[in-house]
Design a protein around this ligand. Structure first.
Ligand SMILES: [Zn+2]
Length: 258
């Protein structure tokens, strides 16, 4: 049985029988994996607190070629989000991000960009306040959509390919594709220049930079509702943890004239 060692984030854990845990891991080298940590539920477990969600660990595991589950032999904490005070808002955000990764990423497919995304978001949570969590959630959603190939381009009209001007509004089809005023006949959800600019910032900046700038709540909420629809469409259902996160998602104000 070959032995592997890699850095990983613990995404989720489940109880398996009396003493064991199943962990879903986002590893740097092998992508998303499911593994068994034998004896992890015992009081004096060699895993200690290394299996708490979103702890970054150095993990060693065995993989049998015929087995779906790997066998985790050791886990060493590299970074723990629990070293700072863990609020329920932060916990809600982390569960939501974990669900996004679990749902979007297939098992056993290395994806360095997703790993680096989660790493950068986790770094940004360290000094963030609860007011900044919605911006981090939007950052995670939009980037998971983009890395999964589910984010439409917002620079050109999806119909006539004309490039949008900076101050222009665009209109979204029910699929979330942006169209110019002419092609859409101004039907569909209007996305004004401010919202488009915010989205461009999100795709250009690091999560830390993105949450440090002052953000207009309404524009951020609209990005959230657009992302929510694209996610539901990509996965063909809503995510469970979005219910918890709804309190982090300010309601979109009605667009005048709609
Ligand atoms: Zn057009």
């Amino acid at each position: 049985m070959p032995l592997h060692q890699t850095e990983a984030f613990i995404l989720r854990t489940y109880t398996l029988q009396e003493a064991d845990k199943i962990c879903v891991l986002l590893t740097r080298d092998a992508g998303k994996l499911r593994g068994v940590a034998h004896g992890a539920r015992r009081l004096k477990s060699r895993f200690g607190s290394s299996l708490e969600p979103f702890t970054e660990v150095s993990v060693t595991y065995f993989q049998k070629e015929t087995r779906e589950l790997v066998s985790i032999s050791s886990c060493e904490i590299l970074h723990s989000p629990f070293s700072t005070t863990m609020s329920s808002e932060l916990l809600g955000l982390l569960h939501y991000l974990a669900e996004l990764v679990i749902e979007f990423l297939p098992d056993h497919e290395p994806n360095d960009r997703v790993y680096r995304l989660i790493s950068a978001i986790m770094e940004a949570t360290a000094g963030a306040t609860a007011e900044q969590f919605p911006a981090l959630a939007r950052y995670g959603e939009i980037w998971m959509l983009k890395l999964g190939g589910y984010l439409p381009g917002f620079r050109r009209c999806a119909e006539c390919s004309s490039e949008f001007l900076r101050q222009q509004s665009v209109w979204l089809t029910s699929d979330g594709a942006p169209q110019c005023a002419g092609c859409s006949a101004r039907r569909g959800e209007e996305m004004n220049a401010d919202v488009r600019l915010l989205l461009a910032d999100l795709l250009r900046q690091s999560p830390k930079e993105f949450i440090e700038a002052r953000r207009e709540t309404g524009a951020l909420a609209q990005i959230g509702s657009i992302a929510g629809r694209l996610i539901a469409r990509a996965l063909e259902r809503d995510l469970k943890s979005i219910l918890i996160l709804d309190q982090l998602r300010p309601k979109v104000e009605a667009v005048p004239g709609s």
